[in-house]
Write a protein that binds this ligand. Sequence first.
Ligand code: SF4
Length: 501
Amino acid sequence: MTNKIRIGRLSLNLPGEVISKVTREVLDLFGIVIDEDSFDFAGIELFHDVVHGSPMRVATEMTLIKANGESKRFHAEGEARSDEIERAAINRLVKLNFYQLLRETFSFASAPWGILHGVRPSKIVQRYIDRGMERDAIISRLRDDYDVSREKAELLTDISFHERPFIAMTDPRTISVYVGIPFCLTRCLYCSFPSVILPSNDVLDEFMRVFERDLRAATSDVRANHFKVQNIYIGGGTPTSLPDGYFGRMMELVCGAFYNDGIVEFTVEAGRPDSVTPAKLSAMAGHHVNRVSVNPQTMRDATLRRIGRNHTAEDIVRMYHEVREAGLPSINMDVILGLPGEDEHDVAYTMGEIERLAPDDVTLHALALKRGSDLKTNLILKTMENDLPDDATVRRMYEAAMEKIRAMRLTPYYLYRQGYQSGQLENIGCCKVGRESMYNMQIMEEKQTIIGVGGAATSKIVNPKTQRMEASFNPKDLKTYLEKIDYYIEKRRNLIDRAYD
Ligand code: SF4
């Protein structure tokens, strides 16, 4: 949003962290900032009245105080659903009322996802499907309860139905394994991942020793709990930044630890062409890898240079063919929408180049400027802010990309959202029939345990009795990972033991 309205203060009558959080999320959505020193409006006062009854209602009075002290009142109210938990209904209605009041008062356009905030919106839809709701009823509910646009409500509902049979292919002892190799050859400008530039061989030797220890501990957890590994995903960083010998050894260790005849998917993020060699391709092919990510992000050389990627679009094309020739069956390609200096014509060009390659799976990411990304820091300090496309342009970029996705006959099969995404959009994976990434769907729906091994890896342990997921995090910082691995192994093991006692 380009609107930058400043208010001097915000006051709320309802206490609670969640109420305060959802209220601020609405301000963020419309680009409204609180600045007590310099403001367009002296303040907003919100009075929420929770009226218990059947159904429960939340009535909201919003008082907008102008800079000259004059004030104006606005009113909105909404009803809880019969199947909603009371606390959740109050939070939702507080947010929806405030969102609608601001939208009407300032004539803001609707946000594509309305008040739906959170990484995994499909989890909400999965709950509706569990209750027996049909497609049209789910779409109406998303529109009424969250003010989601029709386009996004249909997309989310269709994806949720599509992934249903895949996520059902699990049971409490079926798990996935995530392996984190936290190194990259250079750092991309927008990167917010915990990766470091490839260190010296001495440090890599130490990493491999610690990694092996981590891996062996995870293997014994898998055996002790009679887990069946369904998917292996090696990510990072860029795992292929490891030099040939280290990469080959890493593949051997991972495959030896977790590979079995029932593996559905074994993915390696090869990411960048400057990291891939014939020896690494043959190590992947020789260790049963069946899905590889080749990530151009853009096929415009000028943008690639600008975002700090040390390769050209031609290198991507070469790498793509090498991966195919190595016999690796499924290729995913990632594209980022909202890169500096780009618009919908650049995206149409990039997608045209990708269409010619015909990958099995394309993931569209809307650029998210999170803490930790150099771009965000540079933005504030330097000149790139003017070169970042605005929300309206990013949405046109999305349209251009989706047009090609349809032309390529790829089907959207999973989506997730991040904070601070350009155009208030989502990340969306689209694939050829039968090329859905099982791992991506399982990790999004959080119904399957995922054991994380390696640098910055997260373990997500789903308790089979309660279906609740708890996470354990390996350290993001390499030094801590190398020095304190035993502590983190123990933490992961305790979490698994508690869930599977
Ligand atoms: S390749 Fe990925 S992990 Fe590595 S620096 Fe770039 S964005 Fe970050």
